[in-house]
Design a protein around this ligand. Sequence first.
Ligand SMILES: Cc1ncc(COP(=O)(O)O)c(C=O)c1O
Length: 397
Amino acid sequence: MEFNFDEIIDRRGTSAYKYDALFKVFGRDDITPLWVADMEFRSPQCITNALQGVLEQGVYGYSSEPAELFDSIHDWILAEHGWDVKKEWYTYVGGIVRGIAYAVQFFTNPGDKIIVQSPVYHPFTLVPEGNGRTVLRNPLRGRDMDFENLERLLAEDGVKMMILCNPHNPGGYAWSRETLQRLAALCAERNVIVISDEIHCDLYLWGGKHIPFATVSDEAARCSITFGAPSKTFNIPGLASSYCLIPNAILREPFYRWLGANEFNDPGIMSSIGAIAAFRHGRPWRDAAVSYIEQNILYIERKCAGFTDEQGRELIVPVRPEASYLVWLDCRRLLARLAGKRVEELRLEDQNLLVDYFVNKLRLGLNSGVMFGREGLGYMRLNVACPRKLLDFEFTL
Ligand SMILES: Cc1ncc(COP(=O)(O)O)c(C=O)c1O
């Protein structure tokens, strides 16, 4: 194999959050960390080579943004998603959560309402709430959006924004064009801005294709703010390299002026150089990583298929992701058993039994489902972007 995804890399003692925070979060650190969404793979060599050039010069002065940064992003998005993004739509941002926070602060006021579709990546709730905004939850119905409830929420006074996860985390759901069009029509009609977080868009599995939200209709182009990044795709979140795309000048121009005035959109030299190398030369690595991740998902599915109750029903049912490397494990049957209850009787406080099972019985650190909203009760999120050996555990009662 050209790339060695089986290599075990010792990240302990390297300020890797996934390892450093183990004790604080799980109460012990002798467990395999399969939580924080970065990969246990070495990033593509082309990126390291490019960064090495900067290190060798050894001068870390102020940098300007290379024109090549936008060009590399443009060419990547065009080749991958068929979207011909314009230079003026673009700005750099130093992270997507940060980008969402800027947008929340710029476009909404304390007390305004922001819709999210739970269970969802927790900063979608934490950022607005941390800034005094009110979060309205539109819980997903399995793999679908609940449009009836969404219409009801959109009709409330003070709704200014919706934060869309495209594709969705957790669950790895890819949204259909029709779903995105319907969403755009409803939000644009009420002048609600849609933040589309597309950080996982370059990790589609099983030959699937990503649909950028802004491309699905004129309404979507008008109401959307899209965030993307090479960070998940090439395992470089530590380089803080992300981008924002806003086709609508009425939204874009004042926002970008504000970002500029505050110097919120100046990349550091490593951010630019790393992102350019990734988008220009990282495709073969990405393709190979996706294949390896697919095999890991199948491996987990086989493990779950063998972990059944007396009636032969799976105690853990993995939701097969359409994108990215986070497997949403439906452990409700297992939790009901641990709690001595029926599935319908499970309560939020029962989730501790599930976390305890994974941490203390299996010695694994996964994200607890309820961290993504109460709809995550009975679920755990498993990160499979790791050498298969790390998944070499057995589910047992
Ligand atoms: C949907 C989503 N958005 C944003 C992020 C984090 O992005 P950043 O590190 O650029 O803030 C993650 C990381 O897991 C994510 O899953």
